[in-house]
Design a protein around this ligand. Structure first.
Ligand code: ATR
Length: 283
């Protein structure tokens, strides 16, 4: 926790419903302390019918920035003054900065994921990448990979129509990058530089969204699930000797990106990671 609060303390927080289990206060307060910033971060549970009032309250109370979590990442957009092009294309905001009465929303989930790829020394530029899932996380990751110069993006989803709709929408936004909605049969023979699981398969039950053994030439694997730390999908990758990473880095780096957006300072990654791991170990 930050040492002393006073009349100049800058306020940050997270809004969502529920927010009791969020790891963000520990990460950000650890970072504020480490950099000696006079700031504090708290969790605000907000009821759906009070979302607009809560957002107006950010200005009224001069709150410097917030994270936004489920279920408000899209619902908050009409109440903001401005939104970054990336958040606009994703259609979701997870971070808001308040500057002189203006609330600007951005999305750090996708950039957080891309930054976390450093764990497997992977640069998405000019790569062929498969994405499993077509939900909110897939949208954030797809848009950010497209923005980061991926060569070709293949999307597979249990409900194929959802993947097709997402590809049709994003192809208009990123006309220079081939995007395809593919069946599993069409995905298996592809030479993928990276395959990412954005589905929730493996979070509760020990199931994998695909059988990795059927991919002979896959080079890297990522799962955005961090609990359990090794999903069935990642276990298969390990058994096959494929470089792999879980979703802890995405969680950490979406926080680092938000911290940097708010403060303009480089986030103390190691401190934030330590705080995050402490939180996870006590859950
Ligand atoms: P998020 O915002 O976290 O991405 P979401 O929007 O609920 O969550 O999306 C969940 C994704 O996981 C969807 O792509 C879903 O597939 P459907 O569109 O067919 O529902 C996928 N998913 C969930 N459980 C799955 C399972 N057991 N096997 C494969 N995909 C699954």
């Amino acid at each position: 926790m930050p040492g002393s609060l006073n009349g100049n303390t800058r306020l940050y927080g997270i809004i969502g419903n529920p927010v009791q289990h969020t790891f963000s206060p520990a990460m950000h307060n650890g970072a504020f302390s480490a950099l000696n910033l006079n700031a504090i971060y708290v969790a605000f549970p907000v009821l759906p019918e009070l979302l607009e009032s809560a957002v107006k309250g950010l200005k009224a109370l001069n709150i410097a920035g917030i994270n936004v979590t489920v279920p408000y990442k899209t619902a908050i957009i009409p109440f903001l003054d401005d939104i970054t092009p990336l958040a606009q294309s994703i259609g979701a905001v997870n971070t808001v900065i308040h500057h002189s009465g203006c609330l600007t929303g951005t999305n750090t989930d996708g950039p957080g994921f891309v930054r976390s790829l450093q764990e497997i020394s992977f640069d998405p530029a000019q790569k062929t990448i498969g994405i499993l899932g077509a939900g909110g996380s897939a949208r954030a990751i797809l848009a950010t990979l497209a923005k980061n110069g991926a060569k070709r993006l293949l999307l597979n989803n249990r409900t194929h129509a959802r993947a097709e709709a997402l590809v049709a929408e994003f192809q208009l936004l990123f006309p220079h990058i081939p995007l395809e909605a593919v069946s599993l049969e069409a995905l298996y023979p592809q030479e993928l530089d990276l395959l990412i699981n954005t589905t929730s398969a493996g979070m509760k039950d020990p199931i994998a969204p695909v059988d990795l053994k059927r991919f002979s030439t896959i080079r890297n694997v990522a799962d955005i699930i961090y609990n359990p730390p090794e999903t069935k999908f990642l276990e298969q990758a390990r058994q096959l000797g494929i470089p792999a990473m879980n979703g802890l880095g995405m969680l950490l780096f979406q926080g680092c990106e938000a911290f940097e957006f708010w403060t303009g300072q480089k986030a103390p990654e190691e401190v934030m990671k330590t705080e995050l791991l402490k939180q996870i170990s006590t859950k």
